[in-house]
Design a protein around this ligand. Sequence first.
Ligand SMILES: [Zn+2]
Ligand SMILES: [Zn+2]
Length: 917
Amino acid sequence: MPHDLPKAYEPGAIEARWAEYWIKEQLFSAPTPPPGVSRPVFTLLLPPPNVTGRLHMGHMLNQTQMDIIVRWHRMRGFLTLWLPGTDHAGIATQMMVERQLAKEGKKRSDMGREAFIERVWEWKRHYGGAILDQMKRLGASVDWSREYFTMDENLSCAVREVFVWLYEEGLIYRGKYIVNWCPRCETAISDLEVKHEEVPGKLYEIHYPVIGTNEYITVATTRPETMLGDTAVAVNGKDERYTHLHGKTVRLPLMNREIPIITDDLAQPEFGTGAVKVTPAHDPNDFEAGRRHNLPQIDIMDEHARMNKNAGPYAGLDRYEARKRVLEDLREQGFLVGEKDYTISLGKCDRCGTVVEPRLSTQWFIKIAPLAARAAEVVENGEITIVPENYKTIYLNWMRNIHDWCISRQLWWGHRIPAWYCACGEVIVAREAPTKCSKCSSSELKQDTDVLDTWFSSGLLPFTTLGWPGKTRDQEVFYPTTLLITAYEILFFWVARMIMFGCHFMQGHKQDPKIRKASGWGDKKDDSVPFRQVYIHALVRDAERQKMSKTKGNVVDPLDVIQRFGTDATRFTLASMAAPGTDIAFNESRTEGYRAFANKIWNAARFMFMNVDRIGPGLRPGGGQECPPHTGVAGFRATTLEDRWILSRFNRVAQDVNQALETYRFHEAANRIYDFFWGEFCDWYLELIKPRLAENAADPGTACQNLVSVFEAALRLLHPIMPFITEEIWQTLYGYHAPVKSIALAAYPQADEQQFDLAAETEMAILQDLIVSVRNLRAELKVEPKVKVPIEVFSRDPETGNLIQNNREAVERLANVAHIAEVAESRARQFPSRHTARFDVRVIYERKIDVNAECARLKKELEALEKRIEVAAFQLGNESFLSKAPEKVVSGLRRQLEDTTILRDKTRNKMADLGCA
Ligand SMILES: [Zn+2]
Ligand SMILES: [Zn+2]
């Protein structure tokens, strides 16, 4: 039955078909092996995209790298689990649904909590997970049977378990804290969700009268309205300007409150007047100072950033209106003594752009120091390695300066905090909703209205996705996961939290020793870590190395690129540019180039199939041997130089590619395969064996079998980077006889050093040099492509001469040579020629040379050379020049004179040879 490959390579149809096939056949599911089985395991957790997400270039790069590494491991016999899922993305999803409601003229607050959450679920069922559908189309080889959502019942259970566990250990507490508050989102947001912007503003100087004296203390602020909540003025203990005021108090203008003068390092003598106002409820640094001095915290704003009753006469005003009024009043009463232009670093909500207000609120916290200590240790001692290594330092610095983690969020969508409050003041933290108060037996209990930070649940994923808190076989096999590939921007948000949680909750966990040994992590001692290695990938920028952004309008949509060039070409582009630690300047022209690469492979396959169909039905990939688990070129019989050469090259390239992937040098792996497949295999090997496939050839069967064998192995080598085209050709090659259901399950090529053949490679290199030299000479001489020309070769040693003679046919055919004349003496001087260490070659092509034109050209050249010689000689004969010019200039000029003289003599000789007048 003929091997039917359409004439034109159309990636769209091929890719959709195989993506569907892989899912339908469940090729990438990782069944849990029973105890006793010793098998290397590779586990990788997909960084869960937001359920609201749409695929962008960053995902595309991330997923390409993950898929390459995952397919590579699977093909090398690892039991490979790539775990997919989506994150409920608290605030992002809630905002998405709120926007949808707004279009219907509805508000979340009118609907009530339950109805709103139901609405979010409905939204999720309709639109959520679009990004996973995109992944399916892109052929990501994840185990779809294990797909999770962070709000799934079992994962939510695990979240409650963790909360209660930490609470019982005293690592979760409730407290007043200064948080970044978004008055628009009405929620606390983390430092990292605040974007800072430099804007022009004003610094106001205000007089605070010292009670019992005629003195004033001058303080400065950019947010004058916060003075309404001041509870102290701080000066530095070492600042002698204020020593006489220690222990005194000031009268707070407008509010008429008496507040103390305290000494604290918060006040820097060299900054301004050296005195600062202290507002513990509205500034994070003041909050800390307030704690040190036991100052009252006076909260003057409500959740909408409107003044509350504590702001006295300003109650009810919006923060900016209050600022205006406070300034007017201070001015009027003579307390405002200065007003300067000042650049302010304004914190804005990352989600909605509203100016964030530092605000005191009751929040839930994780006491982070005990968790962070262990999380720093495992990275420091190499239980977890971070690649590239510079991120290790960044990570460790962060872990050593970490603050308690505020985990409560004032949202409706998310894991609701499992804490219930009773009117008697009792707080009950429990896995299940309690029916009555443990202290007063009241059944009037109210659950906390807040939900947990999204990163709380995603930080648990490495073990909760494997059945935790139960003890499961999955954990024994797949935990710790092997690798995490992720972006730098979530190193702290996510990676650090997973390490903290993993080390805490999986303490004492032991991976099944049989699996552990087989997985090759024998030198690691700690099985509680969530992963063994973290690889931080680069950013994708635009072709001009600009960061992609919607405002700049330079965002490249990966789906658009895929539509035009195919997924394979897009993947290859990203892989070929992904040098570790280097950002990628995505350039479509490269993708176009890799589309051409795919096309080249396609055409080579068609050529192969044509020969297979003609030469014999008995041909099989692997020459009738079982192909997988064959890791090399199966069924290959090296009978000629080009056979020995291609086999040797294949093994070397396989070695290089495996080594490159081992260290995430995706670019090297891609480029080596590219050079091999296009250059060595298509351009050389295919051309060299063509005559051996001819009908009248001595042994077309062997030649054809060799062609099939190398091609099949090369497809396997390329598969992790270009999964679709390789699958299409591989399946066509096997017809109904494929030994496994997919090339993705075949064996990845490994180098067999026995098949390295240095002699064959050296000899081939000489022949390639010769053929390329002749081709270049022909191009220089503008020989018509169809015209065969004789060449003259002078060999420097008899071996080279023999080699060229023995491969005379190939040289003649590939360089379009009529005849090879061996000469005993090089005549390269007289003719256009090339020389290498082994040979000189010239193309005998005199007919086309217009002697007169050539003479005219040479004459001009000669004149120019003579002019240069004259100038140089004049300068070198000039005493005053020689005495002034630096030695370097003089010696350079001498060398130039020598070189020019040699060239002049050569040109003269050439003119004499040509008989120029
Ligand atoms: Zn906001
Ligand atoms: Zn009670």
